[in-house]
Design a protein around this ligand. Structure first.
Ligand code: GLN
Length: 555
């Protein structure tokens, strides 16, 4: 008791930590819940940062197939992470550093490295407590780096899984050290089985009990369900899960993820958290700008039809759109800002190889080819790009989408019939897209993890170009993730044939943006970087905006 008292006087300015864990099943919106809680607390004037813990052995998300793990979100400082990091950045409108992301693999790697460097002074290094302690060290460092009042920590997976148990142990350890600084939120799922037609609380009760058996009690339950949870079931959960009635938060399915902070605020979620953690802050959340954005997104009626030509769509019989989540959101933000209703259709480039008609593309106001890797679907993408170039359909190519636009031009305008990219045909005669110099050695050594050109780099913009007019700036900083680039040997002939390289690295060596002049095409722009990673609801990306605007205008 005495110990507790002395901590609580010290804790007035202590950083608070809110852990978000999943109950019952994955995929019910832990990431959006974490982002929304972070948003609400930020809107109360608190300094908030957010961390994602992925229980994979992969050291980062860069080596995982997107069809398994969704989009790989690249942070400003270059770490390849989970798409939830993108949600946090978009909701909070901040850039997060790499200390805010960890996987089981990266935690073990640090511990093993430290042990190899005699960092443990010869003692026995153990899974417990050394692995949770490294996780705790990182969590606290992330809080300190951000100067945060509150650190949101989302733990991937579901409670009861073998994989995330060491991170749950980290929560237990932190909670036992300073219980007043730790909040635990469980995002659970309450099914309404068709045969019964009644919302069931039992799976959630089990999940809370399972977490309890790891020594961690739940403070707040987010009751995800197809419909709002009623009073009776709230009472049941409160009673059997040891939480206050007010701490069972209704979270029915909604049409837009951007509604969620607003819904949570109606349920007094931030109030409950502030009370639980004794946070001194504004009395309510100032969500005005956010609400305006949401209201606008619902008012738009005039459609703008965009096709996204991807290749990482199928997972068994299901279609995955998460792989391109940042692209999708970036399109939406710009469309809303222009007062347009985005209608986005995913088309698989592989289908165009199997005979899907290119004329189907005439239905769309704009076509976007996002980033990607490897051979699959590339011929289909090249066909699409040739078609939209010739038929003057606005085009936006991102990363691979820019490289393929350059390649298509080399093949069909420069008539370099054997042109290719080193990525798919290293022996081709004309490697218009080649491997970057500093990547050659890495590829030879098989050093492929986290070794691409990653993170933010500057680009200088050329006068009078679409890029410059869109950004209204001379130099921009954008995030990259690539091994290949436009081969400098072909730049002159491409320029002579009409390609404009409107953004270049400051030393002039790397082509960061390509475009065709407005006189020949309404909008044909490709970027070597990933602009979607920096698009934010309240700050749409200028290149997405100029693309959507041109798409709409050239209808
Ligand atoms: N595969 C290409 C490269 O590595 C493009 C990468 C991407 O689209 N992110 O350069």
């Amino acid at each position: 008791m005495t110990k507790k008292k002395s901590i609580s006087t010290k804790s007035k300015k202590a950083t608070k930590y809110i852990f978000v864990v999943g109950g019952v099943m994955s995929g019910v919106g832990k990431g959006i819940t974490s982002s929304s809680i972070a948003k609400l607390l930020q809107a109360r004037g608190l300094k908030v940062t957010a961390i994602k813990i992925d229980p994979y052995i992969n050291v980062d998300a860069g080596t995982m197939n997107p069809t398994e793990h969704g989009e790989c979100f690249v942070l400003k400082d270059g770490l390849e992470t989970d798409q939830d990091m993108g949600n946090y950045e978009r909701f909070l409108d901040v850039d997060l550093p790499s200390i805010n992301y960890m996987t089981t693999g990266s935690v073990y790697q640090s511990v093993i490295q430290r042990e190899r460097n005699l960092g443990y002074g010869g003692r026995n290094v153990q899974v417990v407590p050394d692995i949770p302690e490294e996780a705790i060290r990182r969590i606290k460092l992330a809080g300190k780096t951000a100067g945060a009042d509150v650190v949101l920590v989302e733990i991937g997976g579901t409670v009861g899984e073998y994989e995330n148990i060491l991170f749950i142990e980290a929560v237990r350890m932190m909670k036992s050290d300073s219980p007043q600084d730790i909040g635990v939120v469980m995002v659970s799922y309450l099914p309404v089985p068709g045969s019964i037609g009644e919302m069931k609380t039992k799976p959630t009760q089990h999940a809370v009990r399972t977490l309890g058996s790891s020594g961690v009690a739940v403070d707040i339950i987010i009751a995800r369900s197809p419909e709002a949870i009623d009073k009776k079931r709230k009472e049941k959960l409160a009673r059997f899960c040891n939480v206050n009635l007010e701490d069972v938060i209704s979270a029915p399915d909604v049409s837009s993820i951007y509604d969620i902070p607003i819904l949570f605020e109606k349920e007094n979620l931030s109030e409950r958290l502030c009370r639980r953690l004794n946070l001194s802050c504004q009395k309510s959340s100032d969500l005005n700008k956010w609400k305006q954005f949401v209201a606008k997104s619902k008012k738009v009626k005039t459609p703008v039809k965009i096709a996204v030509i991807g290749k990482y769509f199928s997972s068994g019989d299901f279609v995955l759109s998460d792989v391109y989540i940042s692209v999708l959101e970036a399109i939406k933000y710009s469309a809303y800002a222009l007062g347009l209703k985005p209608e986005i259709t995913y088309l698989s480039s592989v289908d165009f190889e199997k005979g899907k008609k290119l004329s189907d593309l005439n239905k769309f106001d704009g076509v976007l080819v996002p980033g990607g890797f490897g051979k699959t679907g590339i011929q289909g993408k090249l066909k699409v790009i040739e078609y939209v170039r010739k038929n003057k359909i606005p085009y936006f190519g991102i990363c691979y989408g820019m490289q393929l636009a350059v390649l298509e031009y080399a093949k069909n305008v420069l008539k370099l019939k054997n042109a290719s990219t080193e990525e798919i045909d290293p022996k081709a005669k004309d490697l218009v897209i080649g491997v970057m110099d500093d990547q050659k050695e890495k590829i030879a050594k098989g050093d492929m993890g986290g070794s691409m050109r990653l993170g933010q780099y500057p680009a200088r913009l050329e006068k009078g170009t679409i890029a410059k007019k869109s950004y209204k700036s001379d130099e921009v900083l954008e995030r990259h993730r690539h091994r290949f680039e436009v081969n400098p040997e072909y730049i002159r002939s491409l320029e002579e044939a009409g390609v404009v390289f409107s953004g270049k690295s400051p030393d002039g060596r790397l082509m960061e943006i390509m475009e065709l002049p407005r006189e020949v095409h309404p909008y044909f722009v490709g970027t070597q970087f990933h602009p979607e990673l920096q698009a934010r609801p309240l700050q749409p990306h200028p290149l997405f905006t100029s693309f959507i605007k041109s798409a709409y205008e050239s209808k």
